[in-house]
Design a binder for this molecule. Structure first.
Ligand SMILES: CC(C)(COP(=O)(O)OP(=O)(O)OC[C@H]1O[C@@H](n2cnc3c(N)ncnc32)[C@H](O)[C@@H]1OP(=O)(O)O)[C@@H](O)C(=O)NCCC(=O)NCCS
Length: 166
């Protein structure tokens, strides 16, 4: 698992890397963000967060977990890319820049691992998330039918990270 330079405090939120004892809070936050079948089981969350190719950032305030993002470095054919496994911000802490900050740090991490871009899937009816990614210059590059289940399609988004522009 990758590491960052340590915990960083900005405004009232503190950003740091994953520890195993974060798992229960992450699963609970994910369940508050997503209905079945979009949410992760504890086992899946553990597998994704602790994968060898994973990088995880968490945001917390004095009262607990405000958000987290899991990114994987993927390589099959061609150059490596980053993949956003999930990004979750607790309802009460949305629209304060936490999501943007975590995704921006994730992009810096995948860049540092020589990845050429970031890929992700998002449910086609998740309007808030679609707007969020598009504002951050992610481009819709495809549609994966029934990705989340029957008739639950995913849009595929890509951001080129090779240019100097963020
Ligand atoms: C999508 C998600 C991660 C965004 O997190 P967030 O922390 O609210 O994101 P940000 O605060 O960076 O941006 C959200 C909006 O707040 C606005 N904003 C950011 N900081 C702000 C501030 N200080 N004051 C006012 N508005 C602000 C942004 O401009 C943005 O507006 P937009 O929706 O029109 O693009 C969050 O909504 C979430 O967890 N949703 C549920 C889980 C989910 O769907 N995840 C994506 C799965 S693919």
């Amino acid at each position: 698992m990758g590491t960052t330079s340590g915990a960083v405090t900005r405004k009232r939120f503190r950003y740091r890397n994953y520890r195993r004892d974060d798992l229960d809070a992450m699963v609970a936050l994910d369940a508050s963000c997503f209905d079945v079948p979009f949410r992760f089981s504890r086992e899946a969350m553990c597998r994704f967060a602790e994968a060898e190719n994973a990088w995880v950032i968490l945001a917390e305030d004095g009262q607990g977990l405000a958000g987290f993002c899991i990114v994987h470095r993927e390589q099959s054919v061609g150059p490596p890319i980053g993949y956003v496994v999930t990004i979750d911000v607790a309802q009460r802490w949305r629209n304060q820049g936490i999501g943007e900050r975590m995704l921006s740090d994730a992009e810096a991490w995948v860049r540092s691992w020589k990845c050429v871009g970031m890929m992700l899937h998002v449910f086609v009816r998740n309007e808030r998330a679609l707007r969020f990614y598009e504002r951050l210059r992610y481009r819709r590059v495809g549609l994966q039918k029934s990705f989340y289940g029957p008739d639950l399609d995913a849009a595929m988004y890509w951001k080129d990270l090779t240019s100097a522009q963020k």
